[in-house]
Design a protein around this ligand. Structure first.
Ligand SMILES: [Zn+2]
Length: 304
């Protein structure tokens, strides 16, 4: 009878555990706990933070940092990230479809006590990507461009939106009328604002449909997506703060707030899935993977 021998893992020479001082072990475990807590917050709260297109539209059409900072979506986003443990983020630079956010004293840097001289804040990059994709339905790429752990003063994150998905959310029926050369039923001021936004986004050029505008309109007419209407996740918070402003006594405000919260709880949250045809779904998938209109149009033609 031959000796079957020891299973390979038993005969392998025992390796030494990597050297690790007690303090760095403690630090690592603390950081690990903080990271788990963040992950827990993200999986608890992200599903409840879906933003209707109307809220995202206001954000996309705001064309200066000050205007962006005054949108409900921006305030909600910054509060939301702070509450889940991602620090005090703020917008510091903007160009249409490009946003740079900074986080001073970024707590996420402490998640990686063993890493130095590199950009480490993957948790923030991932959270930004998820927020734009899942809550706002905007395809994008996100990159940490500066990091405290890499010797920079603050951590900075660059968000680049994919134009097709930004246009899809940003343009409402009136904008589409303007792009089709039809005047929507709005006053002159609103018309001017809309034309300005469409020009900033390069869909109009000197008051006429640009090449990009033309390509997008062809694309959009082949892709009908029903907009879902529901309350923004900041509705309750804004309602409560307006109650606090209008009541002079704590008791009065408290009563009204309790009533508002109860009403809110009895309402069913509605975030229905869009009803789209197979063909549209396929096109949407293509659009996600495509960077330029030219490429997308070529694909559409090929499929016809
Ligand atoms: Zn960083």
């Amino acid at each position: 009878m031959t000796d079957p021998g020891l299973p390979p893992f038993m005969s392998a020479p025992g390796g030494d555990a990597p050297p690790m001082s007690n303090s760095s072990f403690g630090q690592s475990m603390g950081a690990f706990g903080a990271m788990l807590k963040l992950q827990q917050n993200i999986s608890d709260r992200f599903p409840k933070a879906k933003v209707p297109w109307s809220g995202t539209r206001e954000f996309l059409k705001a064309s200066t940092i000050e205007l962006i900072r005054s949108t409900s979506l921006y305030r909600f986003h910054m509060d939301f990230f702070r509450e889940i443990g991602l620090g005090n983020m703020q917008l510091i630079s903007y160009a249409p479809m490009h946003y740079i956010y900074a986080v001073p004293n970024n707590p996420v840097c402490n998640f990686y006590p063993a890493l130095n001289n590199q950009k480490v804040c993957v948790a923030t990059t991932d959270a930004l990507h998820r927020f734009f994709r899942e809550e706002l339905e905007l395809e994008c790429s996100v990159e940490e461009i500066e990091c405290i752990k890499n010797g920079n003063e603050v951590c900075k994150f660059k968000v680049d939106l994919q134009p097709i998905s930004a246009y899809q959310v940003m343009l409402d029926e009136y904008d589409k009328m303007i792009l089709s050369g039809v005047r929507p039923p709005v006053d002159d001021n609103e018309l001017r604002d809309r034309v300005r936004a469409l020009t900033v986004y390069k869909l109009l050029e000197n008051g006429r449909l640009s090449e990009i505008g033309n390509a997008y309109m062809q694309f959009a007419s082949s892709m009908k997506v029903e907009e879902k209407i529901f309350d923004p996740p900041w509705k309750l918070k804004e309602k409560l703060s307006s109650i606090a402003d209008t009541h002079s006594t704590f008791g009065g405000a408290f009563g009204a707030m309790t009533k508002t919260i109860q009403e809110q709880q009895s309402e069913k949250p509605v975030t229905p899935e869009p009803v789209v045809s197979e063909e549209t779904k396929q096109l949407q998938e293509e659009a996600k993977k495509t960077d330029s209109f030219a490429e997308l149009l070529a694909k559409m033609k090929k499929n016809q």
